[in-house]
Unconditional design. Structure first.
Length: 244
């Protein structure tokens, strides 16, 4: 079986690639690949680079690129605005949303957010590691775009400008199934989920003014990380992304 590995685009230079760091350890000690083995490198944009391992050293693996394939879009762009929550919950959302094919995640600072990173740049590095690992595990061909934490209104406006359909997870909102016809053949779908404790009425009104339609996910109130996963899975199914 040909292995697939998500790498940073800087690892690929023309018709060769150099793998270092944690991915070098993964190739050598987890997958136990050897010289002459073939694999597919995915550069995060979705382009697949077929190659053959030419040489190993204690620090790097050198690969000759023999073929390339351009990415194929699986359906509408899927965007998530996620209210900032505690570390474990937010990282779980990043992992599972990557597995579900999200294209862009915008962490949002909300009035009830309990997590307010003091060093967002370091947080972003950690989040990039999480989505890269999740993409490798599920053999995904692209990496989602990750934004730095920003105020909710700014995140909603950015996400909404790239989507035709904007949805807000909200108990008491419209049934998601009512909007199913709008999810097919759209340019993109933006999904917004509040933090632990939910959004305030003021924030809900702000979201509605920016074009987000409140929708409910059934009779039960879900935790923020559960709501994000359920919303993304349902939207992916209704928009045709999963069948694609």
């Amino acid at each position: 079986m040909t292995r697939r590995l998500v790498v940073h685009s800087d690892a690929i230079d023309g018709d060769s690639a150099t793998i270092t760091g944690s991915l070098h350890h993964y190739l050598c000690h987890v997958l136990r690949l050897r010289q002459g083995d073939t694999l597919v490198l995915v550069d995060g944009t979705g382009t697949e680079h077929e190659g053959t391992i030419q040489a190993f050293s204690s620090l790097e693996v050198r690969i000759d690129i023999t073929a390339r394939r351009s990415p194929i879009s699986p359906g509408p762009r899927l965007i998530l605005v996620q209210g900032m929550s505690r570390r474990a919950k937010h990282e779980l959302v990043l992992q599972k949303s990557t597995e579900l094919g999200v294209d862009w995640v915008l962490p949002a600072q909300c009035q009830r957010s309990v997590s307010r990173p003091a060093e967002p740049g370091r947080k972003l590095e950690r989040w990039l590691e999480i989505v890269a690992h999740a993409a490798r595990q599920c053999q995904r061909s692209t990496l989602p775009l990750l934004s730095l934490p920003q105020p909710l209104g700014q995140a909603l406006a950015q996400a909404g400008s790239s989507a035709d359909v904007c949805l807000l997870a909200r108990p008491g909102g419209r049934p998601l199934a009512d909007l199913a016809p709008r999810l097919v053949r759209t340019r993109g779908v933006a999904v917004a989920v509040g933090p632990e404790g939910g959004l305030t009425e003021e924030e809900v009104q702000q979201a509605e003014e920016l074009g987000f339609t409140p929708v409910n996910l059934g009779p039960l109130v879900l935790r923020t990380e559960t709501a994000a996963v359920v919303m993304l899975a349902l939207v992916a199914q209704l928009s045709g992304r999963l069948s694609a």
